[in-house]
Design a binder for this molecule. Structure first.
Ligand code: 5AD
Ligand code: FES
Length: 348
């Protein structure tokens, strides 16, 4: 017990630990988890006060050429009802979002070849021209360095590409052979080199994940020192080969959020929709564990249920305005407030 306490203090002080020490923390019990949580909440407060940033998520296509074994919109899932939003529909989402106070738009989609480099540039430029005070975040998966560069030159500010797992052997258990660990890593390097504010991240409790893998994820994140880190529980999807694997747990996900907050105090850390899906108060608990970002959906309600990466995703029925007021109420209930600002990372 005493030594666990020391580990928590050491992590707080030195902002990192050795791998075997991290494994120990990952396996810790409730008392230690609560200590991590309380410190992470304090560190979040010291860096960002009680401000919670909101990002408007626009899931603009669920076509995907990739085949991640865990993902419901993978190419081979023939039960997925595919859709694409037009530029007009995307701009309608932005207009709606802007009026609700969103100053970051996250364009997320499967790896859809229909959306060529030119089309992505056009979308990015149109958003930046109409809303020069807003940040554009792209989350489009693996592209060439040249494509990433062009999007950046068209005005994209940030890019989210979860590394999924920092262990090559584990990566290969989650993806088909054509999707290589090396390329994932290369993409993250390109994004950093080009100058994006970068987000990486992983799922907690993904199939075959070990405590050691989680420790590797944490050390990888520490090493690449990103501006954002996306962490959510793995949740099975019925139409994937991982349908029978257990979901990631609330407690382990909260623990990972707290450790990341302690390792990178100024990081932007979302309380994800997946976290809200496995627990009715998941978002609030995520914020209490160190998260400071929420990313409600701005996509048209007609397509929301089709962007189904995992089963039982929450908030697929509500209008954006409803989501915003629901979130505001939830966030206020834990003494925090939503801010209308771009919310750039202080971890530069
Ligand atoms: N459960 C939880 N998260 C998932 N993602 C994809 N499929 C699932 C799932 N079944 C996550 C991946 C991806 C992000 C967009 O969503 O980490 O990078
Ligand atoms: Fe689309 Fe993973 S299934 S990128």
């Amino acid at each position: 017990m005493f030594s666990m306490n020391n580990l928590v203090q050491k992590l707080y002080r030195e902002k990192t630990l050795k791998k075997d020490e991290l494994v120990e923390l990952i396996n810790c019990g409730e008392d230690t988890r609560e200590k991590l949580r309380a410190l992470a909440e304090k560190v979040r407060f010291e860096n960002y006060g009680n401000d919670i940033f909101i990002r408007g998520l626009i899931e603009f296509t669920n076509y995907c050429r990739q085949n991640c074994y865990y993902c419901g919109i993978r190419r081979d899932n023939l039960n997925c009802n595919r859709y694409r939003l037009s530029l007009d529909e995307i701009m309608k989402c932005c207009r709606n979002g802007y009026n609700l106070g969103f100053r970051t738009f996250v364009l997320q989609g499967g790896e859809d070849p229909y959306f060529s480099e030119d089309k992505i540039c056009k979308i990015t430029e149109t958003i930046k021209t109409n809303y020069p005070d807003c940040a554009v975040t792209l989350s489009l998966g693996e592209k060439s360095k040249e494509s990433y560069k062009r999007f950046f030159d068209c005005g994209a500010d940030r890019y989210l590409l979860r590394h999924e797992t920092a262990n090559k052997a584990h990566y290969e258990k989650l993806h088909p052979p054509k999707q290589t660990f090396e390329n994932r890593m290369k993409c993250l390097e390109y994004l950093k080199e080009i100058g994006y504010q970068v987000g990486c991240g992983f799922m907690v409790g993904s199939p075959y994940q070990t405590a050691e893998n989680l420790a590797e994820d944490l050390l990888f994140i520490k090493k690449i020192n990103p501006q954002m880190v996306g962490i959510g529980p793995f949740i099975h999807h019925t139409d994937t080969k991982f349908r029978n694997f257990p979901d990631g747990t609330l407690d382990m996900t909260l623990k990972m959020l707290s450790i990341v907050r302690l390792m990178i105090p100024k990081v932007l850390l979302p309380a994800t929709t997946a976290l809200a899906t496995i627990d009715p108060n998941g978002r609030e608990k995520g914020i209490k564990a160190g998260a400071n970002v929420v990313m409600p959906n701005l996509s048209p309600t007609s397509v929301r249920k089709d962007y189904s990466l995992y089963d039982n995703k929450v908030c697929t029925g509500e209008e954006s305005a409803m989501c915003k007021s629901c979130l505001k109420r939830r966030i206020n209930s834990i003494g925090c407030r939503i801010v209308t600002a771009r919310g750039d990372s202080k971890n530069m």
